[in-house]
Design a protein. Structure first.
Ligand SMILES: Cc1ncc(C[n+]2csc(CCOP(=O)(O)OP(=O)(O)O)c2C)c(N)n1
Ligand SMILES: [Mg+2]
Lengths: 278, 323
C-alpha cells in the first residue's frame, strides 16, 4: 500500500469509528482517533496477521493494552476481513452483541481481553518469550496509552522485556499527552519519557504518530537493535482528524450528536477530496 | 433504568452522586480527610471534594495499587484518607496493597468503589465489578457497605467516617429509585425491614432492594407476602435479623448485583445453616461475566430482575411447603 492509499484508509477508518460510536451510543472517541494511523500502518503494512493465518502459530501478534479504544480495532479488523463491517452497525455496545465496549477474544481477530489498563505489556512479554522458546520468528506489537504508563506493571514488564532481550517485542506508546482528567504532565508527570525507556533497556525511537509515511518507515526497521526490545514513542493528537475534538479532554468518552457527526464527516470528506484521486 | 416506577418509587440520584456530595460536606466538617484518586474523579464523583479542597486531593494517575499504598501511608501518619476508583480496578488491581496496607495493620482507610455490578451498562465486563463484595468481605476487620439509594448513600458516607477502621463502600453508576426518604434511619450492622411479610424473606442490597420491592409487589398480587430486608451492611452482617427472618418466614431468598460466589447470599447462608436452617435460594450473577448493554436488559439476561425473584420464589415456597 502506498502513502496515498494509507492516507485514504486513515480517513475511511476515522469515518467508520465516528459512525459506529454514534450508532452504538457509547464509545471512547478521541483515543481511537489518536491511534488510527498507527493501527492502519501496522495492519496494512507491517504485521503479518490475516483471517487466513490467524490460527497458525507463527504469525505476528497485536495486543492493544489501551482497550478502551476498541472502536479503532473493530474498524480495522473489519477492513482486514475478519468480519463484515456491517456487523459493527448491528449492536456495538448493545445487548447480545459480541462487539462489547472493550476487546474480548470472542471477536475474530482479537487476541486478548483488555480494558483494565496496565495489562497488555506483561501479556506481550509472555507472547514474546513463548516465541523465543519455540524458535518462532513472529513479532509482538503492543499499543499502550501514555496515561496508562502510571500503572506500575508497565515498568515491571519493561524490566522483563530487557532482561530476556526480547527484540521480537515492539512497544508503541500513543503519546497524546492527555488522560481522562487532564494532561499527563499535570496529573502524574511522565517526562523525560524517552530517557526513562532508554534506561529501562529499550531501543527507543520517536515519531509523528499521525504521519503514516513516517510510521511506515520507522516500523519497517524493527527491531531497532539486536537483543533489545523496541519502543516507539508515537507523538499523536487525541481526537486527530476532527477539528473540534483535537486535543480536547472532553472527547475521551463522549459520543457525537447527530449534528456533530455531520460536521465531522464533512471535514473528513473534505480531507479526502484534498488527497485527490488515489 | 426504569426501576421502581411500576410500584411508585420516585427516581433519585445515583448512589455515587449522593456519596460525592456528602463527601464534600464532610470535607468541610473534618479537616483531616484527604482523598486519593486514580484519574477517575468525574466518574466516582470525588470531583466535588476535589473542587472544594484541591490541596487535600491527590490524583495519582492510573495507578490503583499505588493510590491504595499512598492512602495507607497517609493513614499511618494520622490522616483520614479515602481512596476511590471504579470498584473493579480498586479491589482487583490493588488487592495486595489493601490486604497488607489496610486490613492487616487495621488502618483507618475508606475505600469507595463506583460502577459496581453490571448496571454500568455499555462499557462491558472489564469495567464491571461482580467480585468486589467477596474480595472486600473476606478481608479481616473490614466493614462493607452497600447503599440502596441516595438516602442510604448519604448515611453510609457519614457512617463510614464515624467508624474507626477500614471500610469498603460500594456505589453504582445509574440513578437509583428512592427506597427511603430523608427521615429514614440507619444503623451500622443493622438491617432495615423495608417491607413486612411472613411468607418468605428477600434479603437484598444496593439496587436489588428496589427490585426486591417490585418482585414483592407482584408476589403480593398472588397472595404471597414477602418481607424485604435491606442488608446495607454486608459485613458485619446482621445475625439477629437473619435468624428472625428464618424463624418467622421459614424461607429466604437473597438478591444481589454480584457473583453468587462469596457475596451477600453466601454470607446469609452461613448464618441460616448454622442457626436456623430453612430453604434458601439465590438471585445473583451465576459465575459468569456479562456483556455490554442497557442495564435493564442485562439484569434480565443475567437473571437478576424482579421476574427472576418471582420465579425463584415459587420454587422456594414449594420447598418450604415440603419441609
Ligand atoms: C486499571 C484501570 N484504571 C482506570 C481505568 C479507566 N480509564 C479508562 S481510559 C482511561 C484514561 C486512559 O488514558 P491514556 O492511557 O492516556 O489513553 P488515551 O489518551 O490514549 O485514551 C482511564 C483512567 C481503566 N480502564 N483501567
Ligand atoms: Mg493519553
Amino acid at each position: 500500500m502506498n502513502t496515498n492509499e494509507l492516507l485514504l484508509k486513515s480517513i475511511e477508518y476515522r469515518k467508520t469509528i465516528l459512525e459506529i460510536i454514534h450508532h452504538g451510543g457509547a464509545g471512547h472517541t478521541a483515543g481511537s482517533l489518536s491511534c488510527v494511523d498507527i493501527l492502519n500502518v501496522l495492519y496494512n503494512k507491517i504485521m503479518d496477521i490475516t483471517p487466513e493465518n490467524f490460527d497458525s502459530v507463527n504469525r505476528d501478534h497485536y495486543i492493544q493494552s489501551k482497550g478502551h479504544s476498541v472502536e479503532v480495532l473493530y474498524t480495522v479488523l473489519a477492513d482486514q476481513g475478519f468480519y463484515p463491517q456491517d456487523d459493527l452497525f448491528k449492536g456495538l455496545n448493545q445487548n447480545h452483541s459480541k462487539f462489547i465496549g472493550h476487546p474480548t477474544r470472542k471477536v475474530p481477530g482479537i487476541e486478548h481481553n483488555t480494558g483494565a489498563l496496565g495489562h497488555g505489556l506483561s501479556v506481550s512479554v509472555g507472547l514474546a518469550l513463548a516465541g523465543k522458546l519455540n524458535g518462532h520468528t513472529y513479532r509482538v506489537f503492543t499499543l499502550l496509552g501514555d496515561g496508562e504508563l502510571a500503572e506500575g506493571s508497565s515498568w515491571e514488564a519493561s524490566m522483563s522485556a530487557a532482561h530476556y532481550k526480547l527484540d521480537n517485542l515492539i512497544v508503541i506508546i500513543d503519546r497524546n499527552t492527555l488522560q481522562i482528567t487532564g494532561r499527563t504532565e499535570e496529573v502524574n508527570g511522565l517526562e523525560p519519557l524517552a530517557d526513562k525507556f532508554t534506561a529501562f533497556g529499550y531501543a527507543v525511537r520517536q515519531v509523528d504518530g499521525n504521519n503514516v509515511e513516517a510510521l511506515s518507515n520507522l516500523l519497517s526497521q524493527v527491531p531497532f537493535e539486536q537483543g533489545k526490545p523496541s519502543l516507539v514513542l508515537a507523538n499523536t493528537v487525541k481526537g486527530k482528524g476532527v477539528s473540534y475534538m483535537e486535543d480536547q479532554m472532553v472527547w475521551h468518552h463522549k459520543v457525537p450528536s447527530d449534528e456533530q457527526l455531520v460536521i465531522a464527516l464533512k471535514e473528513l470528506d473534505t480531507a479526502k477530496l484534498e488527497l485527490g484521486d488515489v | 433504568m426504569e426501576l421502581g416506577k411500576s410500584i411508585g418509587l420516585e427516581m433519585g440520584v445515583a448512589t455515587r452522586d449522593a456519596f460525592g456530595k456528602t463527601l464534600e460536606e464532610m470535607g468541610a466538617e473534618i479537616e483531616n480527610i484527604v482523598v486519593v484518586d486514580g484519574d477517575v474523579h468525574d466518574s466516582t464523583r470525588t470531583r466535588f471534594f476535589k473542587n472544594a479542597f484541591p490541596e487535600r486531593f491527590f490524583n495519582v494517575g492510573i495507578a490503583e495499587s499505588n493510590l491504595v499504598g499512598i492512602a495507607s501511608g497517609l493513614a499511618a501518619s494520622g490522616k483520614q484518607p479515602l481512596a476511590a476508583s471504579f470498584a473493579a480496578f480498586l479491589l482487583c488491581n490493588a488487592y495486595d496493597q489493601i490486604r497488607m496496607g489496610i486490613a492487616y495493620p487495621r488502618l483507618d482507610v475508606k475505600l469507595v468503589g463506583s460502577h459496581s455490578g453490571i448496571s454500568l451498562g455499555q462499557d462491558g465486563p472489564s469495567q464491571m465489578a461482580i467480585e468486589d463484595l467477596a474480595l472486600a468481605a473476606s478481608l479481616p476487620y473490614f466493614t462493607v457497605l452497600v447503599p440502596a439509594d441516595e438516602h442510604a448513600a448519604v448515611w453510609a458516607t457519614r457512617a463510614m467516617f464515624d467508624h474507626h477502621g477500614p471500610v469498603y463502600l460500594r456505589t453504582g453508576r445509574p440513578d437509583a429509585p428512592q427506597v427511603y426518604n430523608v427521615d429514614s434511619t440507619f444503623q451500622l450492622g443493622k438491617a432495615n425491614v423495608v417491607r413486612e411479610g411472613n411468607d418468605l424473606t428477600i434479603v437484598a442490597c444496593g439496587l436489588m432492594v428496589a427490585i426486591a420491592l417490585e418482585a414483592a409487589h407482584t408476589l403480593s398480587q398472588q397472595g404471597i407476602e414477602a418481607r424485604v430486608l435491606d442488608m446495607h451492611t454486608v459485613k458485619p452482617i446482621d445475625h439477629a435479623a437473619i435468624e428472625k427472618a428464618a424463624l418467622e418466614t421459614g424461607a429466604i431468598l437473597t438478591a444481589e448485583e454480584h457473583s453468587i460466589v462469596g457475596g451477600l447470599g453466601a454470607a446469609v447462608a452461613q448464618i441460616v445453616t448454622a442457626k436456623q436452617p430453612v430453604p434458601m435460594t439465590y438471585v445473583a450473577i451465576m459465575d459468569e461475566y456479562a456483556e455490554s448493554g442497557d442495564p435493564d436488559d442485562l439484569f434480565d439476561k443475567y437473571g437478576i430482575s424482579a421476574k427472576h425473584i418471582v420465579q425463584k420464589t415459587t420454587e422456594l415456597l414449594d420447598r418450604k411447603q415440603a419441609s
